[in-house]
Write a new protein. Structure first.
Length: 298
């Protein structure tokens, strides 16, 4: 703790000995065994994905200022850069799949997937079988590596994710997103992640990527359910909240870090998005320490 702010632990992808690939399957019991000091209950920010399935037990999880209750059938997808903590998983059992960015095939549309959702009995059973299959193939590949091992594991990971994701109604926009629009959105999302601290206008991304603003807006709405400007603003706002909640950086420093001309400009942006000035939001969050509980999707 620093002046009331909980420091965030940065987690790097460090595969276990004998796990040379970009994916690894463990479980909640292994997570607890590897963490006798219970650092899992403190905020952490991984540079890799974690897909967790709760096969039994109950618990709770927090990710980027929302709390989630976990029960049998809960699925959790932690993305790289997300600030989260396993606030209570002492009674949870089930697999956790860790994988590097880029190991999941690009054809799997994960942009609009929620952080936490619920699987009914049959989808859960099938997802658990897919996770077990991935784990066994990973163990076999670690013992006897073959040239096809990375591709095989990548496809099994894709099968697991597709099996576990909540159903979404098909639409014309979804069909287009699987084609050219999906490629456009992936390029836009990657550019936003790299440049959101210095590019605050969609037109700047359109010029850099070689598209017009309308194309970026349509692609983003198809893949993420929101317009390109809203998507960009939400990414900037999320990082602003992370800085305010987990660092002692002055508001003026947050403004500079996020590329705003001055503190007033940053405060106007933050207030427009949250209806609260940044300093007041920081005080309220630090004083309450209570997150709203989000209903599971699906």
């Amino acid at each position: 703790m620093e002046n009331g702010h909980t420091a965030v632990r940065q987690l790097r992808y460090l595969p276990a000995v004998g796990s040379p690939y970009g994916v690894e399957v463990i479980d909640f019991a292994a997570l607890r065994a590897m963490d006798p000091q219970r650092r899992r209950v403190l905020p952490q920010r991984p540079d890799f994905h974690v897909l967790a399935l709760v096969a039994s037990g109950t618990g709770s999880h927090e990710a980027d200022f929302l709390g989630y209750r976990l029960t049998r059938g809960s699925a959790v997808w932690i993305r790289p850069g997300m600030v989260h903590r396993w606030s209570d998983v002492d009674a949870c059992d089930g697999p956790l799949v860790l994988f590097r960015p880029g190991f999941l095939p690009a054809t799997v549309a994960e942009a609009a997937a929620p952080v936490c959702w619920h699987l009914d009995r049959q989808p859960l059973d099938l997802a658990l079988l897919a996770a077990a299959h991935l784990g066994r193939e990973h163990e076999a590949a670690a013992r006897t590596p073959r040239p096809v091992s990375p591709a095989l594991l990548s496809h099994l990971l894709a099968a697991l994710v597709l099996r576990a994701l909540p159903d979404a109604p098909a639409s014309a926009d979804t069909t287009r997103a699987a084609g050219g629009y999906g490629e456009v959105f992936r390029a836009y999302r990657a550019a936003v992640e790299e440049h959101f601290t210095d590019r605050h206008h969609v037109a700047d991304y359109a010029r850099a990527l070689g598209y017009d603003v309308r194309t970026l807006t349509r692609a983003t709405r198809s893949a993420a359910g929101t317009g390109a400007k809203t998507f960009l603003d939400q990414r900037i706002l999320l990082e602003a909240k992370r800085l305010l909640a987990h660092t002692d950086m002055p508001v003026a420093g947050c403004a500079r870090r996020l590329g705003f001309r001055d503190t007033a400009n940053f405060a106007t942006f933050f207030r427009r998005q949250t209806a609260t000035p940044p300093a007041a939001w920081r005080t309220a969050y630090g004083a309450s320490g209570v997150l709203p509980v989000a209903p599971p999707a699906g």
